[in-house]
Design a protein around this ligand. Sequence first.
Ligand code: SAM
Length: 273
Amino acid sequence: MNYRHSFHAGNFADLVKHALVLWLLKERQARGSVAVLDTHAGAGLYDLSGDAVRSREAEAGVARLMTAEARPPLIEALAAEVAALNPQGGVRFYPGSPVLVARALRPEDSYRGFELNPPVEALLQEALATWPNATGQAGDGYEGAQRAARGLKSPLVLIDPPFERPDDYVRSAETAAAVVRADPTATVAIWTPLKDLETFDGFIRRLEKAGLARVLVAEARLRPLNNPMKMNGCAMTVVNPPSGAEAAAAEICGWTVQALGDAGGRAEVWRAG
Ligand code: SAM
């Protein structure tokens, strides 16, 4: 297991993912209590003065977010979360999905994140220590989330693998399908990189073959998808999206491409299934 999210924290793909996660959470909270399951939690909170300095991905992502003018509301909401973690100013700390969600929980809500890598899981426990209804759990998140979902009503499930293993696409699709089969009112959001189109299309076909009918795809392509060795963009695929998700995704992907993409960039929000 070589993947370290600390190199990528705060990059453009985190911004797309986290702005949409914040919106999904707020939307679900408006309709009652929410139980969030996070298959791949990571460390929870990132100090960008470490690995991120070497990768320079946060410099091209969250650093530009925080200095951007005229941020639309859903991008502003993420910027406010980042600002709250950096009361001295600057952008030293960036929230991973666990801390982002934990900060927004009400007493009736809950969060459970799974992490397979022991040192990262220790950081996750530390990051969540102050929130009693947010827990980190060691182990495989695909299996853990499916098991945990059985005891919950309408969970919001986040799937965010490193895609360093070839079966991550298959297991993500299978986990989404199993969760929705067990509870058709569940919402599942899956993050994927966009490198070349066929890999992503194959993933969407897999969801369709599994019988998932209500699928929203939000793509932020920073440049043309013509280099399979490079992350040219990213997508959030939402199964059973709440109403309003299309507009939310268009606002988030549109800002990201316009502010951080090059001339060949494109934001696409469309329905599959
Ligand atoms: N979701 C996090 C966020 O938004 O802040 C980032 C997660 S990062 C992309 C992926 C994490 O999944 C890594 O920390 C990696 O160690 C962990 N991981 C890899 N395979 C896993 C598995 N099968 N179950 C749980 N965690 C896994």
